[in-house]
Write a protein that binds this ligand. Structure first.
Ligand code: ADP
Length: 390
């Protein structure tokens, strides 16, 4: 009987042991699951952060390139891939392998020496004349060791184009102003030097001065119109406009000029009312008919007519039977200061801005312009206008 309490104690001990084991196993299973959960949450958070960063980088207009300390690519955003026409991520490649641009090699050397380089500009060696601006900085860790480099790229092409256009415009305007001005100065000096004593000579010189002063006036008026049109300051005063009557008015104003060349003006427009700015449309037809007289042939015919387009829009044409213009000029005549024959245009008192003004005014009416011509067979200008109010 002595072993009964012993067995009882053993059973209790074994029971206790089993109970502890079961409890410990459940606890360690719980801790393992908790650890696992925690790691999973951390991993998930890291993935979410990376995805957010990607969305953020991809939404940037600037191209972003992140390099590691070995100059290998660790991140590029969408704008960067678009800028350089890259298809894949290029992760792990060096910048030299991916881009092959000596300018960027030079930039990296400078960033490594100076830690930061701002407003570094260079031109891409492709045919489209693209300009880029880069801001670059080294990335260091808390211990001050270099971890990599971040480069932010901005496409400067449009800005450079605008800058060049502005410079060309200023150069053209100065040139256009200088020509009549130097003529005026020259003739005034000759008159002051004694030419005025001969009244016949004096009158001839004064007429030249008057013609050039008028040219200056015209040029300044055209420049003001162009600048108002291009800056969007010009507001149209839309009213119902009878196009046939408007063209008739333009014809009567240019009749004397047409008669000097024995030119016939034909108004083939039907009674047609559109919504437009009468004064501005008058300017459009005056410029086109005036050009047709100036550059058309002696004893020629100028016709203004209309054609309905399938999409309900109107196409008005101004046609002459003059010498026409070469095909390469057709796409350029609407540019500011473009002239097919410079001497002839100046001789006729042209400013080189007439067709550019026509294009802007028609576009302000929600329309478009184009020219068709064949050397020796005349020129036709087409204006496409909406039949209804713009
Ligand atoms: P401009 O003041 O020189 O006439 P425009 O802008 O009105 O300037 O015209 C640009 C150029 O287009 C003219 O210089 C001329 O060479 C050409 N041009 C315009 N209209 C005609 C036309 N009807 N026939 C031939 N050439 C034309």
């Amino acid at each position: 009987m002595w072993f009964f309490p012993f067995i009882l104690a053993l059973v209790v001990l074994v029971g206790l042991h089993l109970w502890w084991r079961a409890k410990f196993a459940a606890q360690s299973a719980r801790s393992a699951a908790e650890l696992d959960n925690c790691q999973r949450r951390q991993l998930q958070a890291a993935l979410e952060m990376e995805a957010q960063q990607k969305v953020l980088f991809d939404s940037m207009l600037e191209g972003v390139l992140l390099l590691d300390r070995h100059r290998k690519i660790s991140l590029v955003n969408r704008a960067f891939k678009n800028l350089f026409g890259l298809k894949a991520e290029q992760r792990g490649q060096t910048m030299v392998e991916a881009l092959r641009l000596p300018e960027l090699e030079e930039l990296l050397r400078r960033v490594e020496a100076e830690q930061q380089v701002l407003d570094y500009e260079f031109k891409l060696p492709d045919l489209n004349e693209r300009w880029l601006q880069v801001n670059a900085a080294g990335i260091t860790n808390t211990a001050g060791e270099r971890e990599g480099t971040i480069l932010v790229f901005r496409d400067l092409t449009r800005l450079k184009q605008l800058e060049r256009q502005r410079e060309e415009f200023v150069a053209n305007v100065s040139h256009e102003l200088r020509t009549p001005l130097s003529l005026i100065k020259g003739y005034v000096e000759t008159l002051l030097d004694g030419a005025r004593v001969n009244s016949e000579v004096a009158e001839r010189f004064l007429k030249i001065i008057e013609r050039n002063a008028n040219r200056l006036d015209l040029l300044i008026q055209d420049l003001l119109t162009i600048s108002a049109l291009e800056s969007g300051q010009l507001k149209l005063d839309l009213q119902p406009v009878n196009l046939r009557a408007l063209v008739e008015k333009v014809f009567s104003q240019l009749q004397t000029k047409a008669e000097t060349k024995n030119t016939q003006l034909v108004n083939d427009l039907p009674e047609l009312t559109i919504s437009g700015d009468g004064n501005r449309l008058e300017q459009v037809f005056t410029n086109l008919v005036d050009n047709a007289i100036k550059y058309g042939r002696v004893a020629g015919i100028i016709t203004v007519g209309e054609k309905k387009l399938a999409d309900g829009r109107l196409e008005i044409f101004v046609r002459d039977d003059g010498p026409g213009m070469p095909p390469e000029a057709l796409g350029r005549v609407f540019e500011r200061f473009y002239r097919v024959d410079k001497a002839r245009s100046r001789d006729q008192g042209g400013t080189g801005l007439g067709l550019s003004i026509v294009k802007h005014l028609v576009q302000a009416h929600d329309g478009g312009v184009r020219a068709e011509s064949e050397l020796g067979h005349g020129t036709t200008f087409f204006l496409t206008l909406p039949a209804r109010a713009p």
